[in-house]
Design a protein around this ligand. Structure first.
Ligand SMILES: [Zn+2]
Length: 256
């Protein structure tokens, strides 16, 4: 039986995490490979967030090209150099649109940060982290000053809420419950730190199904759609955390 090793993420891990991060999010369902350079425009009328992937996207993909909203994903596009909607040049999603090194470093400094990297045979294959919901400052990917009031009006007690910032397993290493393990280890940390609510922004069905298993089969509460990114926010209560099942699961791994 393979033994998976989990390590608490420290500032020394940024470089290694950065390449796994980029690899994870270039895959399904995010396809964060390239994006229209007008995504960086400061002119509201010019902004165009269409993403481009060299991969073939599934026919039933939930976020295809949306011309009206200038978002979504164009598949099989390795030969394209400019946006099919606005004609602006394409840029790499990481690090030109989002600098993942800065994103990781920023997360590590957040109050209440809990994060782990997962390794097998000394090769990292995944990560998970989160922190207490910030209220005053935005991060590279979430506009928390905008989100915090929305959480509040959805009945979420922000002071006692853990935000699940990132969960990623390299596409070829998925399966065998590795996503469950990665998510469970950080949430167990949050549970022990006495948080009441857990919130997450995701468009990944797999993540939702993992979280339902961690929270004793409880269905997620849909809160609202993110005003900036094309993804919904969800919540669970820590009182439903399946302590027995998750403790048994975590006893099978080695923590360094
Ligand atoms: Zn464009």
């Amino acid at each position: 039986m393979e033994s998976i090793i989990i390590k608490k993420i420290s500032p020394n891990d940024v470089e290694r995490l950065s390449s796994i991060y980029k690899e994870v999010f270039s895959g399904f369902p995010w396809y964060e490979e390239r994006i229209c350079s007008a995504s960086l425009s400061t002119n509201e009328d010019e902004i165009c967030n269409v993403q481009y992937t060299s991969r073939l996207i599934p026919a039933d993909y939930k976020w295809p090209l949306n011309k009206m909203e200038r978002r979504g994903v164009v598949g099989n596009s390795e030969n394209l150099e400019s946006c099919v909607l606005c004609g602006k040049p394409l840029i790499d999603f990481y690090p030109s649109f989002v600098n993942q090194d800065e994103l990781i470093t920023e997360a590590l400094m957040k109050p209440g940060f809990i994060g782990y990297m997962l390794e097998y045979n000394q090769i990292p294959f995944g990560f998970s982290w989160g922190y207490k919901v910030p209220t005053n400052t935005r991060t590279k990917s979430v506009n928390f000053p905008l989100i915090a009031p929305l959480l509040d009006s959805s009945g979420i007690h922000i002071e006692k809420t853990f935000y699940g910032a990132e969960l990623g397993i390299i596409e070829t290493k998925q399966g065998s419950g590795r996503g469950l393990l990665a998510s469970a280890v950080r949430l167990n940390g949050a549970r022990l730190a006495d948080y009441k609510d857990f919130v997450v922004r995701t468009k990944n069905e797999k993540v939702l199904s993992i979280l339902r298993r961690i929270f004793s089969g409880q269905k997620e509460k849909l809160l609202f759609n993110d005003p900036e990114r094309n993804a919904p926010w969800y919540a669970w209560k820590f009182e439903y955390f399946d302590v027995e099942k998750i403790s048994t699961l975590l006893s099978t791994i080695i923590e360094e």
